[in-house]
Design a protein around this ligand. Structure first.
Ligand SMILES: Cc1cc2nc3c(=O)[nH]c(=O)nc-3n(C[C@H](O)[C@H](O)[C@H](O)COP(=O)(O)OP(=O)(O)OC[C@H]3O[C@@H](n4cnc5c(N)ncnc54)[C@H](O)[C@@H]3O)c2cc1C
Length: 442
């Protein structure tokens, strides 16, 4: 490979692959994507692959009214982070075009997820693959598409270990087979995700979350944090995470967030309902569970709810792991859960206007976990990394989990779909900008 490229991208996950796909539309650009560890891979590849977009033709065909503005309003209502409203609007604006492009240009089998309602969304807007295989299928598809671009080198097993240049970034240092090599680049894009699997950084920024189950990939070690610190980048929302309150205790698999819209209930170890199931997303639920006795709760649903949700990849994984129990009636549920039968009976009565569950029951013990961090370096709406004096660091861009997200200062602000939206959306914007600008542009 040449020792100089126009664009060097760090990480072949959601943000990195999208940046490369879009930038490669300019055939004059030479692009290299360096991936640390293909086998461990990206969070995007273990994600549900649910893509939030407001105003797509898939929604219109299903009679759903929505728009990028409504999408942005819902995110901001949750995140309460007006300081980053421009980023939220920027990614929401490109989201519908991006989802349609996946279908039309890349022939990805995508549909609106009519059985994927989520708390806080004014309209159904999660899009998913037909068949619900999730992020693994999406990332394989995108990587295959990238493989067809003549001007892109996708280099696996090549972690970036440093950046070249402090005031002006002019390349990356990669390591392969123990040998370090400098690759010069006019633009470097940080797309290596967050730091949820770096104990030291997690303790430094997210100590109030305790020691949650970590359900993301091992590669999220925040490699870019010290590089950014050295270059006087500003960080924001570093304590904010994509948490998950639907992690099955002792198994680490997750329950579908759709279940609670089909009558599923949460009951704590004292036999009490403690939250309105339809109005709490899975990230804030983690915080609510954290405050429950034993930091866990029983989730109960029935055959009808199971039938609607069981084809999702989350439910398939949990079923395969033997993470769910089944009880023929309240008495058996009480025996198995060790919660008082009378209290259970009361807790299982549907709230007004909600579906009443009927026996037999399915159940799982839920606990709280973390999937990714959501804070990162400040960027402008073209993904340029900003210094403490507000100026962009020449030659450096960031997208996805390395950059500040769109979920606000704490984990209650995460809305379903925000993670991939920030990564793919900003990757799309940066890639487009680089393609339009052509060679030799920071
Ligand atoms: C279990 C799970 C389910 C999720 N489900 C959803 C969902 O359905 N919808 C949604 O919107 N979000 C979801 N998310 C969040 C979403 O996956 C992430 O927010 C998103 O993948 C972040 O994109 P990224 O490109 O920043 O990072 P990633 O997709 O994680 O990719 C980063 C890549 O960079 C590589 N890398 C890291 N450091 C280096 C280095 N030094 N050199 C070279 N390469 C490096 C990594 O190996 C990795 O391949 C989920 C997350 C998890 C963990």
């Amino acid at each position: 490979m040449s020792q100089h490229v126009d664009v060097a991208i760090i990480g072949a996950g959601a943000a990195g692959v999208m940046t490369a796909l879009k930038a490669s539309a300019n055939a004059d650009l030479t692009i290299a994507v360096f991936e640390k560890d293909l086998r461990e891979g990206a969070n995007a590849a273990i994600s549900s692959g649910s893509l939030a977009a407001g105003g797509t033709r898939f929604q219109r065909e299903a009679g759903i009214e929505d728009s990028p503005e409504q999408h942005a309003a819902d995110i901001l209502e949750h995140s309460r982070d007006e300081a980053h409203a421009d980023l939220v609007h920027a990614v929401c604006r490109v989201a519908p075009t991006m989802v349609e492009w996946l279908a039309d240009e890349l022939a990805y089998p995508i549909e609106i997820g009519l059985n994927l309602p989520r708390a806080g969304m004014a309209a159904i807007r999660l899009h998913s693959d037909v068949g619900r295989q999730g992020g693994v299928r999406l990332m394989r598809h995108l990587r295959d598409a990238l493989g067809e671009r003549d001007n892109v080198a996708l280099v696996d097993g090549a972690p970036v270990v440093d950046l070249i240049g402090v005031d002006h970034v002019t390349g990356v240092v990669i390591e392969q087979n123990g040998v370090r090599e400098e690759i010069r680049a006019d633009t470097v894009v940080l797309a290596g995700d967050g730091f949820a699997n770096n104990r030291e950084l997690f303790a430094r920024f997210c100590s109030e979350l305790g020691e949650p189950v970590y359900a993301g990939v091992s590669t999220s070690t925040g490699d870019a944090v010290p590089w950014l610190e050295e270059r006087r980048a500003v960080f924001a929302n570093m304590g904010s995470c994509l948490r998950h309150g639907l992690v099955v205790a002792d198994h680490g698999t997750r329950v579908s967030p759709s279940l609670q819209f089909y009558g599923a209930v949460w009951i704590n170890t004292d036999g009490e309902r403690f939250a309105d199931e339809e109005s709490i997303g899975y990230s804030p639920l983690a915080g609510v569970l954290f405050d429950q006795p034993g930091k866990r709760a029983l989730m109960v649903w029935d055959d009808e709810a199971m039938a609607i949700t069981q084809e999702s990849e989350l439910m398939r994984e949990s079923i395969a792991a033997g993470a769910f129990g089944r009880a023929r009636d309240v008495t058996e549920l009480a025996e198995r859960s060790r919660i008082d039968a009378k209290k259970l009976e009361t807790a299982l009565v549907a709230a007004p206007g909600r579906r009443q569950l009927s026996a037999p029951y399915h159940w799982a013990w839920l606990t709280h976990g973390v999937l990714t961090t959501q804070g990162g370096c400040e960027i402008d709406t073209l993904g340029r990394v900003l210094r403490d004096d507000g100026t962009p660091i020449p030659g450096l861009r960031a997208a996805g989990g390395t950059a500040v997200g769109i979920s606000g200062p704490n984990s209650d602000g995460y809305m379903s779909g925000n993670g991939l939206l920030a990564a793919f959306g900003m990757g799309w914007i940066i890639g487009d900008d680089l393609a339009a600008a052509g060679v030799r542009r920071a």
